[in-house]
Design a protein around this ligand. Structure first.
Ligand code: HEC
Length: 466
């Protein structure tokens, strides 16, 4: 009898408690509801809505309408059976909150002077070159001059007195879409061998199709001519697309040449396939030979140029002078631009993991992390469209010592990242509204150089005594 009573009491308590939890569910926050119901299609971070191409309006009433009724024929479910009015209203507020993120980059004021005051330094823009379209690559010569590659197809030398000369003998490039003449880098022993490396959109005709890919030409500078041209690298296969070429070139301290190549708009096949060139960072000897300690073999058991993979569109690359490591930045889709440190054989995750969403709003992935895939040091949501990258080295900019600089094409400014070791601990937006910032590089003279496009200029940043 006693046993029975205890048992009954247990059952009663059990029933009562489950009755209570059923009747009074713990209210979920909008963020929790988002993770449960929306992230599988709209991306793990609700902040990714900030980069959406809005189709049905972004006023609160539009959002409530979209969420409540959905667009079932277009793949957006109806949420009124699942979420109540208050939950939908809170969800709309959460999304609207994320839209405010973009305002931090919308600088209304155009620069009125060429002097820019920032937290650490005041600098003055000194014009080195003008009359360009998109000065993509900057390379510094031992005599104080520089070589500039313009995406429109021309190679220039600018001497110490800022006189600009067009060089002959550059590669034949396909100036379509995002393609053209891209980066330039000098051999570390340029003073002795005068070797210049240029990356570009190569093309070839196959039947009625013009196909293209990222390639690297090495040539010798003799007077105003590039001679002894040799194509030392091509990212195979060629394809019909005209975007996501990468592309940056960098030598490390052991004279290995790194080449960044974008996924060529084929995220399904390229970035995760080790036998395809696009969507990779490649590592070569200075003459294009493949280093014996590169990590991967192809089907024929030959070593390949692939050094790391799972990249989307890396348009910035720099050598960290403190560690000798190669750092890159790459464009995410809508949101999810990344900064990475390149490690041998590492997988950077695209398109399996990502912090952004697709341009058409269709799902890419709702994963932003996965075992065996690298996490970025930082990511930008909204996307800033990063291009160019440089570490501040030397003594000319004490207020920016060891900072990492990244150009923003989309918001037309320079992103200053303060580092502690390999961590980005703080960021400042500087040189606001100076133009689509295509490249930033550190000259051997200790000055920082930036290039902007449409119209194209190259500026030297001169510190101003405060
Ligand atoms: C099964 C995939 C899927 C899920 C889950 C989903 N959505 Fe959508 N959503 C879509 C698609 C696809 C569209 C674009 C429809 C179109 O083309 O008009 C969309 C559109 C929207 C829009 C309108 C955007 C515009 O461009 O005007 C809003 C707002 C929205 N979704 C919010 C949500 C919220 C909030 C949730 C979670 C409660 C959610 N969605 C869950 C697929 C999904």
């Amino acid at each position: 009898m006693l046993k029975y009573t205890i048992c009954a009491a247990f059952v009663a308590v059990f029933c009562l408690s489950s009755f209570l939890t059923e009747r009074k569910p713990v209210a979920k926050t909008a963020r929790e509801n988002y993770e449960q119901y929306c992230s599988s299609c709209h991306g793990e971070k609700v902040e990714a809505f900030v980069d959406r191409n809005w189709k049905h309006g972004k006023a609160k009433s539009d959002l409530v309408k979209s969420i409540t009724g959905g667009y079932p024929d277009l793949g957006m479910p109806t949420w009124s059976p699942t979420l109540n009015e208050q939950e939908i209203s809170e969800m709309a507020d959460l999304i609207l909150e994320s839209l405010k993120n973009v305002d931090q980059y919308k600088f209304t004021s155009k620069p009125t002077s060429n002097v820019f005051t920032t937290e650490g330094m005041t600098v003055k823009l000194d014009t080195v070159a003008s009359g360009l379209k998109s000065p993509w690559g900057l390379a510094f010569m031992p005599d104080g001059g520089m070589i500039i590659t313009d995406r429109a197809g021309d190679v220039y030398r600018v001497d110490k007195a800022n006189r600009k000369t067009k060089l002959t003998g550059g590669p034949m490039v396909l100036v379509e879409g995002q393609g053209g003449l891209l980066d330039v880098e000098l051999h570390p022993d340029f003073a002795k061998n005068q070797l210049v490396y240029m990356s570009y959109s190569a093309f070839r005709q196959e039947g009625s199709d013009k196909l293209s890919t990222t390639a690297v030409m090495r040539a010798k500078l003799v007077g105003d001519a590039l001679t002894d041209q040799k194509i030392i690298f091509e990212a195979l296969p060629y394809s019909k697309t005209r975007h996501h070429y990468g592309s940056r070139l960098k030598f490390d301290k052991q004279n290995f040449l790194y080449v960044s190549v974008g996924d060529r708009g084929n995220e399904k096949e390229n970035p995760q396939s080790l036998d395809r060139g696009p969507g990779k960072i490649h590592r070569l000897h200075d003459d294009g030979r493949i280093p014996a300690d590169n990590p991967f073999l192809n089907e024929k058991k030959e070593r390949t140029s692939v050094y790391s993979y799972g990249h989307r569109n890396p348009q910035g690359m720099a050598l960290n002078p403190a560690t000798g490591q190669i750092w890159t930045n790459e464009h995410g889709p809508r949101g999810g631009d990344e900064v990475n440190i390149i490690k041998k054989a590492a997988n950077y995750g695209w398109p399996v993991i990502c912090y952004g969403i697709n341009y058409d709003g269709k799902p890419i992935t709702n994963l932003s992390a996965k075992e065996g895939m690298e996490q970025p040091l930082t990511y930008w949501l909204p996307s800033i469209a990063p291009s160019g990258m440089a570490f501040v080295d030397g003594a000319k900019y004490p207020g920016w010592k060891n900072n990492l600089m990244v150009g923003s094409l989309r918001f037309q400014y320079l992103n200053r990242c303060v580092l502690e070791g390999n961590k980005i601990v703080k960021q400042e937006t500087i040189l606001k509204n100076i133009g689509r910032l295509r490249n930033v590089d550190m000259g051997p003279d200790g000055y920082l150089y930036v290039s902007v496009e449409d119209p194209g200029y190259v500026f030297r940043l001169l510190p101003v005594n405060q």
